[in-house]
Design a protein around this ligand. Structure first.
Ligand SMILES: *Cc1c(COP(=O)(O)O)cnc(C)c1O
Length: 399
């Protein structure tokens, strides 16, 4: 079935039969075990990573509302299973911990979300990480390599990584793709051979800025591993959040497409603005355009732009916006603006920031579903405030 249909019905196919219309919210933390024989069997099943069993036993082991959202996500990503977590970072942590059952070496491609970069760069999870470029994967694989990690489009500079090219170098080593910026509407990494498709569900999947969550779509073998990690480490998704996410999927395609239309108009506006030095958006340069054409159905609704006047200009714009919300996060129905060097990527080392263009004048914008005209008017007015401040300070420098 087509994505619009899947978004509305995934994980709900038997609702008519069950006589229900909305997903039931099951808040039980524990479940009666009247048949101890059955209880023992279910506990064994979950300890071995089963997705469901006769008795849920305890909500860290299984929850119906979370399960329905997971089924829906698997359908949309074209994978056998998916595993939901309490946040995107919890999902990423579980993927790394699961990889340790195979070896202790990870290859990762920058740029990455600030906290992911931070997690991989510290020794917190006791893994060795080599950062390299997409074309250097093959040469950096060792006996111990157990995971290849990438993000596309990347946060915050919208670099596009060729997933199929990385998968081709990986052999039988699992490739994890953080697909948060694309959502299953714009790309399905599993169809290109990725083993783990990771989402910070906090962003587009929830879509309304009121849920913190993560999810990993994967095959049955790796689904089992992730559930074993989740059972032992306890970063479970709350059923209320699962309900909101499952509902969010029903409008995901509409939201992603409307926000993308807005982004295309805003890119056009920014590229022609005298205060803007450069605009970062998938498919704007010829090499990324070719990859986008092969692996994505659209270019999305997150962009970044560099303004003249560095930090002072960026701070002035963040202060001046009225309609646009100055806040981290992305993929919400409202347009969000933020300063990566000062906020989301503050924890990233200076060399990485320099190398990947995370400068003091860089601003990230996540388009919402408002009217493009109103968003542009707000940006235009804010850019003018920054422009005036900049020309004043340049005059002062001359005096
Ligand atoms: C926000 C984000 C994360 C982290 O997700 P949380 O839900 O905030 O834990 C990971 N990757 C990307 C690309 C993100 O944008």
């Amino acid at each position: 079935m087509k994505m619009s249909t899947l978004g509305v019905h995934a994980g709900r196919w038997d609702f008519k039969e069950r006589g229900i219309h909305a997903s039931p919210i099951d808040l039980s933390s524990t479940y009666p075990v009247t048949n101890l024989e059955e209880g023992r069997q279910s506990l064994d099943d979950f300890a071995n990573g089963a997705w469901q069993s006769a008795n849920p036993i305890y909500s860290r082991l299984h929850n119906e509302t979370v399960f329905l959202f997971e089924k829906a996500m698997a359908e949309m990503e074209k994978t056998n299973e998916s595993v939901a977590f309490s946040s995107g970072m919890a999902a990423i942590t579980a993927v790394i911990l699961a990889s340790k059952m195979r070896g202790r070496h990870i290859l990762a491609i920058k740029p990455l979300y600030g906290t992911t970069d931070h997690l991989l760069s510290t020794q917190l999870l006791d893994v060795d990480v080599t950062f390299c470029e997409a074309h250097e994967i093959h040469d950096n694989i060792t006996e111990q390599t157990s995971l290849i990690y990438l993000e596309t489009p990347s946060n915050p500079t919208l670099t596009v990584v060729d997933i199929a090219h990385v998968v081709a170098q990986a052999g039988d080593i699992p490739v994890a793709v953080d697909s948060t910026f694309a959502t299953p509407i714009l790309q399905q990494p599993a169809l290109l051979g990725a083993t783990y498709v990771i989402h910070s569900a906090t962003k587009f999947l929830g879509g309304h800025g009121d849920v913190l969550a993560g999810v990993v779509a994967t095959d049955s073998v790796h689904g089992k591993l992730l559930r074993q990690v989740r059972l032992m480490t306890g970063a479970n998704l709350h059923p209320l959040s699962a309900y909101l996410l499952h509902r969010g999927l029903q409008t995901l395609k509409l939201r992603v497409e409307k926000a993308q239309e807005n982004a295309v108009e805003v890119v056009e506006f920014l590229e022609n603005h005298p205060m803007v030095h450069s605009v970062f958006y998938p498919g704007r340069d010829s090499s990324s355009k070719e990859i986008v054409g092969r692996q994505m159905r659209g270019t999305g609704s997150v962009l970044a732009f560099e303004v003249h006047g560095g930090f002072e200009s960026a701070a002035e714009i963040m202060k001046s916006v009225k309609l646009v919300t100055p806040a981290v996060s992305l993929g919400s129905v409202d347009t969000l603006i933020q300063h990566p060097a000062g906020l989301t990527h503050r924890v990233v080392d200076e060399e990485t920031k320099r190398k990947y263009g995370i400068s003091e004048g860089l601003i990230r914008l996540s388009l919402g579903v408002e009217d493009a005209e109103d968003i542009i008017a707000d940006l235009e007015r804010s850019l003018l405030v920054a422009q005036k401040r900049l020309s004043m300070s340049m005059k002062q420098d001359l005096v």
